[in-house]
Design a protein around this ligand. Structure first.
Ligand code: ADP
Length: 463
């Protein structure tokens, strides 16, 4: 809804008729009064007395009008101005006109405000205006049903005192620049899932919007459960096929080459399906558990050392030049197996997608109070249009190549989910023909101060 443009301040003339200076009329009137009063005084032989009485009459007339004006403005019961003539009549009319204009402007604004309130009330989403300290200033009808806000007792209350979900508490305390979102159950009904958005505006004001996403949430949970269950169910038959294909390969031995080739294919595809199932299970575990189970100090330089060794083995005849540059005292808090899984996907991808003989560099260093990981290769690079979608499940540039290299198309999706749990994300830079760079910055709260590794190895040696 657009508000009418603000009218520019205009000079107000107190004359009801044509605008003009009141001085000639006022001077004429005064001259007449003094002439008449002086003339009457002359007739009775007391000119000064006549003039004095004329002046007193003027004063009394002015006083009467001032008192009328004061009472009119003070009582303000009637909008009609007091009946008066001359300059005072013009003043009353001028003020009356101003009042009328003011009143119609107020009415217009009230109508617009009413319209805005009605439209906000008609929204299916809850809207709450929060002033400084997250105190509730105003809310619409759906906020009563979704958030349980009650008029008037909740006005001015801090919203975190009424809505006591721990996630919501830390969400509302966060001072973020842009819009932020959280999904929490409604305080009115645990089964209602709300998506809450906080939008800062003006000075220290925030708009809280809550949307009922119960249906969407259930569908999403069903999808997650379905993928997790089916992956779980596939595990056993795959293990059996895997075992049988190995037995068959042993039985056939150096027999018919076509049969041998078929068994080899069964074996390869079973391995691929097993990897897929493992990745799917890992993804659904990451989705269902919002935070890492264990947050322990992780010796990431050691993890990276092992990963690079594995990457060299994976490279095999590819003879990639893989360099590792780590800060041995740089540890982070986290879950070691999760972190290993994320970083290995990045390092192994560099090996898989960089042609034989290529150069891969793995870097782990402190940047200020944060930890920085980077893996860089001089492989084929990734065209810019693919970059935003690269972390989506099953998104591949070249599915044939990905399958040949044993890829499941889930590696970067796993990386994204793992990093999300640590409050960070994957940065990808790539140029076709030059190579790719995948980097991660770990936040300060997860970066340990310098760890003296010589002390650790000495202690370990003594044990
Ligand atoms: P995949 O299992 O297919 O490797 P990922 O999710 O790990 O799946 O990667 C998604 C896609 O990103 C890959 O199919 C590949 O096309 C591209 N990709 C990932 N890493 C690199 C890299 N270092 N160089 C070039 N392309 C890469």
């Amino acid at each position: 809804m657009s508000l009418p443009p603000r009218s520019s301040p205009r000079r107000v003339s107190f004359r009801s008729g044509a605008a003009g200076s009141p001085w000639p009329a006022v001077t004429l009137r005064l001259a007449l009064i003094f002439l008449v009063s002086g003339g009457l005084g002359y007739l009775i032989g007391h000119v000064v007395l006549g003039l004095f009485l004329g002046t007193a009459a003027c004063l009394v007339w002015n006083l009467v009008n001032q008192v009328q004006l004061e009472r009119w403005l003070r009582e303000g019961r009637t909008l009609e101005p007091p009946d008066s003539r001359g300059l005072w009549g013009d003043i009353f009319n001028g003020i009356h006109r101003l009042q009328r204009r003011q009143r119609s402007r107020r009415q217009k604004l009230a109508t617009i405000l009413q319209g805005i309130r009605e439209s906000i009330n008609a929204m299916p989403d809850a809207a709450v205006i929060l002033r400084e300290n997250s105190e509730i200033q105003w809310w619409n009808g759906p906020a009563r049903d979704l958030l349980g806000l009650q008029w008037p007792q909740d006005e001015g209350q801090r919203i975190a005192n009424l809505f006591r979900h721990p996630d919501f508490g830390s969400f509302i305390r966060r001072e973020e620049e842009g819009t932020s979102t959280i999904t929490v159950p409604s305080p009115v009904d645990e089964d209602l899932m709300l998506e809450i958005r906080l939008i800062p505006y003006a000075e220290n004001q925030r708009l809280l919007l809550a949307r009922d996403i119960t249906r969407l949430y259930r569908l999403e949970r069903m999808r997650r459960d379905f993928v997790a269950n089916i992956s779980h169910e596939l595990r056993t038959p795959l293990t059996v096929i895997h075992g049988l294909s190995e037995t068959l390969a042993d039985t056939v031995g150096n027999g018919d080459p076509r049969t041998r080739r078929s068994i080899e294919l069964i074996h390869q595809q079973t391995l691929r399906m097993e990897r897929l199932v493992e990745d799917l299970l890992m993804l659904s575990r990451l989705e269902t558990e919002p935070k890492p189970v264990e947050m322990k100090p992780v010796n990431l330089p050691a993890v990276l050392g092992l990963l690079v060794e594995e990457a060299r083995t994976l490279s095999g005849d590819g003879n990639h030049r893989i360099e590792l540059d780590t800060d041995p005292g740089l540890w982070v808090y986290g879950d070691e197996s999760e972190l290993r899984s994320a970083l290995s996907n990045l390092v192994f991808n560099a090996v898989k997608y960089t042609p034989a003989g290529g150069h891969i560099q793995v870097l782990w260093q402190r940047r200020g109070n944060r930890a920085y990981f980077r893996v860089e290769d001089d492989g084929p690079g990734i065209p810019a249009q693919h970059l935003p979608r690269l972390t989506e499940r099953f998104y591949r540039l070249d599915s044939g190549r990905s399958s040949r290299t044993g890829g499941t198309g889930l590696g970067l999706a796993i990386v994204k989910h793992v990093l999300g749990r640590y409050g960070t994300r994957l940065q990808i830079k790539s140029e076709v023909g030059k190579g790719s760079r995948f980097s991660i910055t770990f936040p300060e709260r997860l970066t340990l101060p310098y760890v003296d590794t010589t002390m650790i190895s000495e202690t370990a040696g003594r044990r």
